[in-house]
Design a binder for this molecule. Structure first.
Ligand code: FAD
Length: 452
């Protein structure tokens, strides 16, 4: 009888989970394991909103496993000793996991593979990307830095594997290993501010798939245009589910293609939707090939950019949604209350912070990391560097979003701003944090210096 440990990380689902699927086909007993390990990019470093999401996601996964006679084993501490102890106490001979692509996790996993090899067979898979980041390269074998040729090459390469089905059985060990109660991971805040935020979401694998199936027929066809209007439910809101791996990008693309075959009229919208999933792919690709971008701009000229020195007050007003620019404040309050912000508004608030206020992009990235339920190292870094004009395929430095014009264009009836700023109806709303024209000119002068 063989036993396999399936170490789950950012793949909190049972279907289309290659590690789980192959373990179930090969071994007699399966130990689904989740470790709260202290690696700088793992659970202990997650922002507060993401930790709350993770709590519910782990709970959902455990419930699903218990329904079929297994359960999630929860452990806390460094991964290697935990795995070694579990191997010793259960006699497991195989360890399966799906790859995580941030630089520190990749280094840790490489080390773990070597360390576990003498006692165990270790198997790793791709479960969170359409293709591996090293599979699509330019003709000269260097990585793409511009999205459009990257995405064209990716489409030409094709998606190599179809989503995998649910394993037929996930048999538990007769004597299941010890597990910590979920509460001991302390993922929920002491003061339960998260209940309001989580009321906006249904967490877990089934909810994610349902959301995709609700989105495709109702908003898929109009996605290309509607995705820019924050008052409308024009986007899929799948980002936290994709981040935690409750649904895979392969599942999303596969079901979108199937829907397209039945509704060819939705072609424009749905191709664009898949392209946005391509942006997620591009973010992971860049993080893999340029790991230093976690902290530093991809464009090295920004290493010495003259950001503002003292920005404490303006930062606080931006964080609290008190800048006096309604579209900005609506976005920052949507973020605070729901853990999510519409993409168009993310771009506008990031532009105000990094350009008009000259606050380093890392500061904004950190705030998003703490407050987004979909906070994702790769996509967040890409988003911030793109807006700040210092990343790959960045918005040109002279593109400085004008929050007033953006509001008029993308929230023409003011529905979005009224939803999040009730005091707009009264006089009790702050005056603008800075002069738009002067701050724009100041930013242009600084950015044009560096670009020369
Ligand atoms: P949809 O429009 O329905 O798109 C479907 C999926 O495609 C998304 O769920 C997401 O996984 C992916 N996607 C869409 N747009 C992008 C994009 N521009 N970059 C990368 N992936 C994309 N996304 C995150 O998942 N986590 C982050 O931490 C994050 N930080 C961002 C920071 C900034 C400054 C900006 C400008 C964008 C950021 N994004 C981030 C990208 C984007 O805003 C969100 O993915 C999107 O708003 C999620 O909503 P949705 O699921 O309704 O997207």
């Amino acid at each position: 009888m063989t036993t396999a440990i399936v170490w789950l990380r950012q793949d909190l689902r049972l279907a289309d989970n290659p590690a789980l699927y192959h373990a179930c086909r090969t071994c007699d007993h399966i130990i689904p394991l989740f470790i709260d390990d202290p690696l700088p990019t793992s659970v202990s470093q997650l922002g507060a909103a993401s930790r709350a999401w993770l709590h519910h996601s782990l709970q959902d996964l455990d419930t699903r496993l218990q329904a079929i006679g297994n359960r999630l084993t929860l452990q806390q501490g460094a991964a290697l000793p935990i795995l070694q102890k579990l191997i010793a106490t259960t006699g497991a001979t195989h360890v399966y996991w799906n790859r995580v692509y941030d630089p520190q996790s990749l280094a840790r996993d490489k080390h773990l593979k070597e360390a576990l090899k003498p006692s165990c067979a270790v198997h790793s898979f791709n479960a969170s990307l359409l293709n591996e980041p090293w599979e699509v390269l330019k003709a000269d074998s260097t990585p793409y830095k511009v999205f459009t040729p990257f995405w064209k090459a990716m489409l030409k390469h094709g998606i190599q594997h179809l989503p995998l089905p649910l394993p037929e059985r996930i048999p538990a060990l007769p004597l299941q290993p010890e597990s910590l109660p979920l509460e001991t991971l302390g993922l929920l805040p002491h003061i339960r501010w998260d209940t309001g935020m989580m009321a906006h979401w249904q967490v877990g694998e089934e909810a994610a798939m349902q959301k995709l199936h609700d989105f495709l027929p109702t908003h898929g066809g109009a996605y290309k245009e509607a995705r820019n209007f924050p008052a409308q439910p024009g986007t899929a809101r799948l980002s936290p589910h994709l981040h935690f791996g409750e649904i895979s990008p392969r599942q999303a693309v596969y079901h979108t293609e199937r829907h397209l075959a039945e509704q060819p009229g939705a072609e424009n919208g749905l191709r664009h939707f898949m392209q946005e999933i391509g942006w997620r792919e591009f973010a992971y690709y860049l993080l893999y090939h340029f790991p230093h971008t976690v902290e530093r701009a991809l464009d090295a000229r920004f290493d010495h950019f003259p950001w503002a020195d003292d920005y404490t007050d303006v930062l606080e007003r931006w964080q609290r949604g008190q800048t006096g620019f309604p579209i900005i404040d609506a976005g920052m309050r949507e973020l605070w209350q729901t853990g999510w912000m519409h993409n168009r508004v993310r771009m506008i608030v990031a532009s105000l912070l990094t350009k008009n206020l000259l606050v380093p992009w890392q500061v904004g990235e950190q705030w998003f990391r703490d407050t987004l339920v979909d906070a994702d190292l790769a996509s967040n870094v890409l988003g911030w560097q793109w807006v700040a004009g210092c990343g790959a395929d960045a918005a040109p430095y002279f593109r400085i979003f004008n929050p007033t014009l953006q509001g008029q264009t993308f929230d023409p009836d003011g529905e979005y701003i009224r939803r999040w700023i009730p005091e707009l109806q009264t006089r009790d709303y702050p005056s603008p944090i800075m002069d738009l024209k002067a701050s724009r000119e100041r930013a242009l002068a600084k950015f044009s210096q560096i670009k020369q």
